[in-house]
Design a protein around this ligand. Structure first.
Ligand code: GLU
Length: 485
């Protein structure tokens, strides 16, 4: 059975490329009826941020990604948080020392800096020069007894070459003399990422190590350690980065945000999932829209290519609009109700919202646009925030005439039974009013749109008047008269 993992470090919100690798790993696990595991890699304590783990897990949940094992679930390979597995790493590191495959090293930070400085001077690539290998066991014991801070370094092979196969790139080989003795256990007693993930991937029986391709240069070192431990190599899948539109590494300055920011900005999970899954993977040369079920069926790690894809926010926006429009009315109404309740802090009637959705569904591209588009239906203390547009749109530039016309409309609305104030009747009533007053219907409609909705662009006017309802419409007409008088 395949077992894939997503192993984020809780150092902040994961970038989109990182989440895309999680999505791909999850999809592949699903396709293969395998398992998906979350492991929190918090061994770099200084960079660990409070709350980051929750945000990472929330990002996954927002996208609909579930996990078979992880920090919030039980599982026979736990704990799934590396800081809770410290003894395990120490045990394996010590065992490597015992077998003479690793050693204690006691250099101080300034000594290490001096080594780097010297290498720079000589035009050599930076790296540890292996001097700790010369310290014999007795000396090492003495230093340990004196509580001199130490790290444990792995003895990289110095001759020959190391190879591994990456699923996307094929065979990669490096000369062992280019590998320096990696720290596996730090002076604070925590393992390095390089060591901890090897131990965990093995103990957790991970079959595929999926991660960003920035890890390719370190992979030969991982392979050498795995060989020393006598373990089998996982299948490596190093995913390419996502580029910004200018060809640089995608970052905030390209408008790319975190998944939770997109959630906050009113994007639907289906759209974000669809977009990210297909950034760097395609079903064929024409499919842009794909459901999660289809993705689970068709996505295959073997089809990934090494070249990076480019981030295209317009495409994400376009996809989001499509999903908004295709969503069943009840489902969309429920989502919009939550947003409006949050933004307006008022009770939002689902019944009313279900009448509104059909007249706005064509126009809405993101969930949080609903408050601008349709907040006026619900606001109890509806105010003209922009008096200027009211004044600019009076009839024939004539305040008195405008007030007369508005009063006549109020009179008509007052007489009509609320149940009869339906779209067709509203239209007829307003058209005959325009005709009787000898004004252009278009002008009257614009004025009424502003009065009823507070804005120049709104859902269709007659339907809007029907939904806002007789009493509120009359109130708004009266307010407008007051403001004009
Ligand atoms: N903790 C590493 C990171 O967040 C994970 C790399 C991996 O998946 O092995 O970059």
């Amino acid at each position: 059975m395949v077992r894939l993992r997503y192993a984020p470090s809780p150092t902040g919100d994961p970038h989109l490329g990182n989440i895309r690798t999680a999505i791909w790993s999850w999809l592949y696990a699903k396709k293969m009826n395998g398992q998906f595991i979350i492991r929190i890699e918090d061994t770099d304590q200084a960079r660990t941020i409070d709350g980051a783990t929750d945000r990472i897990l929330n990002s996954l949940s927002f996208l609909g990604i579930d996990w078979d094992e992880g920090p919030t679930t039980s599982g026979k390979y736990g704990p799934y948080i590396q800081s809770k597995r410290k003894e395990t790493y120490v045990k394996y590191a010590e065992e490597l020392v015992q077998s003479d495959l690793a050693y204690y090293a006691f250099e101080t930070p300034s000594e290490l800096a001096a080594i780097r400085e010297e290498q720079k001077k000589q035009g050599l690539p930076p790296g540890y020069d292996g001097r700790g290998r010369l310290i014999n066991k007795t000396q090492a014991k003495e230093f340990l007894d004196k509580k001199i801070p130490y790290v444990i370094r792995f003895k990289m092979p110095q001759e020959g070459e190391t190879s591994f196969t990456d699923l996307i790139r094929g065979k990669i080989t490096v000369q062992n003399k280019t590998l320096d003795d990696l720290i596996i256990l730090k002076s604070d007693g925590f393992p390095t990422y390089h060591f901890a993930h090897i131990i965990d991937d093995h103990l957790m029986e991970i079959t595929h190590v999926t991660r960003g391709d920035e890890w390719i240069p370190s992979t030969p070192k991982h392979v050498a350690i795995i060989a020393a431990l006598g373990w089998e190599l996982p299948i490596y899948v190093h995913t390419p980065i996502i580029l910004g539109p200018d060809g640089g590494k995608l970052s905030k300055r390209h408008g790319a945000r975190s998944v939770l920011d997109y959630k906050e900005d009113g994007y639907l999970p289906q759209a974000v999932m669809n977009y990210l899954a297909m950034t760097g993977w395609a079903l064929d040369d024409k499919t842009n829209i794909i459901s999660i079920d289809e993705l689970k069926k068709h996505f295959d790690l073997h089809q990934l290519l090494p070249n990076p894809a480019t981030f295209d926010e317009d495409k994400l926006n376009w996809l989001n609009g499509i999903y908004m429009r295709e969503m069943p009315l009840d489902e969309l109404a429920n989502i919009l109700q939550k947003q409006l309740t949050k933004d307006l802090n008022e009770d939002i009637s689902l019944e009313t919202l279900k009448k509104i959705v059909p007249i706005i569904q064509e126009r809405i591209n993101k969930i949080n646009e609903i408050t601008n588009i349709a907040g006026f239906f619900f606001k109890k203390d509806f105010q003209f925030t922009d008096l200027e547009i009211l004044h600019k749109n009076i009839l024939e530039n004539n305040v008195e005439k405008t007030i007369t016309v508005l009063l006549s409309i109020i009179e008509k609305f007052e007489k009509i039974d609320e149940k009869k104030l339906i779209t067709a009747n509203v239209e007829q009533l307003l058209r005959s009013n325009a005709e009787a007053n000898n004004i252009k219907p278009g002008k009257l409609f614009m004025l009424l749109r502003i009065i009823v909705t507070g804005q120049k662009v709104s859902p269709p006017l007659f339907e809007t008047i029907e939904i806002v309802g007789k009493n509120k419409v009359i109130q708004r007409l009266q307010t407008a008269i007051q403001k004009l008088s």
